[in-house]
Write a protein that binds this ligand. Structure first.
Ligand code: HEC
Ligand code: HEC
Length: 226
């Protein structure tokens, strides 16, 4: 009798486990999502361009003091113009030569990706999406539903951020200082040292945007994937 019950229990546990792992992001889903030009371009921008242009492309950067009198803000322009100045530098566009040419440093694909990113650069939610996709998907999932590829490793599991009932202040605290600081799981890391204030703001704007109304169906169209 005893053995029977435990067999049933084991069977049930296995069933549950497979149901859970089935819902977890597949590798293809993650690869596809992170391969979007806006996401890849956001990573290029962060690595090569923020130093001078700032995280928001508004020219508020560490290097700004070195280029006094030069406006480092990136304005809305045609993609052709962006491509030309990125490949050939300021000289070919008739602006400050302190804008370096990138054609030897970046691949064709990286240039294309970063140009695509420039077209969404002024949108805080789209910038926040890059912050989310490059730091949080492994646990919280590409849909922010808590079903990231590593989610099965954690108990309690990563929170479903698309259905979070926490306000912005709470979210900022737990993201900055980590789960343990809020009496929650220490598996939720502290990001305060790794994210700038600008990135944190953008991230919160993204988390706000992807919230699914408690009653309504999930709305994928909110984050239109380019
Ligand atoms: C060493 C500093 C520096 C770095 C790094 C840098 N830029 Fe620039 N960028 C400049 C300067 C200086 C200008 C010219 C500003 C002016 O004279 O109007 C400029 C101008 C631009 C413009 C034209 C802005 C406009 O509205 O006309 C674009 C677009 C641009 N950069 C994109 C990028 C991209 C993309 C990257 C990263 C791959 C990058 N820059 C990296 C310094 C830099
Ligand atoms: C290593 C896995 C892991 C990573 C990476 C991670 N988290 Fe978490 N996160 C968790 C876990 C686990 C919880 C649930 C803690 C609990 O319930 O005690 C959590 C909880 C949260 C919560 C609380 C939400 C709520 O409704 O209570 C927020 C907000 C959050 N994470 C945001 C983020 C953001 C933003 C990132 C990326 C910058 C991130 N997390 C990266 C594991 C992770």
């Amino acid at each position: 009798m005893r053995r029977r019950t435990s067999t049933i229990a084991t069977g049930l546990a296995l069933l549950l486990l497979s149901a859970v792992s089935m819902a977890v992001d597949s590798r293809e889903v993650v690869d596809q999502d992170v391969a979007k030009p806006t996401i890849r371009g956001g990573i290029v921008f962060k690595n090569y361009c923020t130093l001078c242009h700032g995280q928001r492309g508004d020219g508020m950067s560490r290097a700004a003091q070195l280029y006094q009198g030069v406006n480092l803000a990136i304005k809305p322009r045609t993609n052709e113009y962006y491509e030309k100045i990125i490949r050939g530098g300021g000289q070919v566009a008739g602006v400050s030569p302190y804008m370096p040419p990138w054609q030897d440093e970046l691949s064709e694909e990286q240039v294309h990706d970063v140009v695509t990113y420039l077209t969404v650069l002024s949108d805080s939610v789209r910038r926040g999406e890059v912050v989310y996709k490059t730091n949080c998907v492994l646990c919280h999932g590409v849909k922010a539903d808590g079903k990231g590829r590593a989610s099965v490793l954690f108990n309690p599991p990563p929170a479903d951020l698309a259905h979070s009932d926490k306000d912005e202040q709470y979210k900022e605290s737990i993201i900055r200082h980590g789960g343990a600081s809020m009496g929650r799981s220490g598996s939720m890391p502290a990001w305060g040292e790794r994210l700038s204030d600008a990135e944190m703001k953008d991230l919160l704007a993204y988390l706000q945007k992807i919230l699914v109304a408690p009653s309504g169906p999930p709305d994928d169209s909110k984050i239109n994937g380019k």
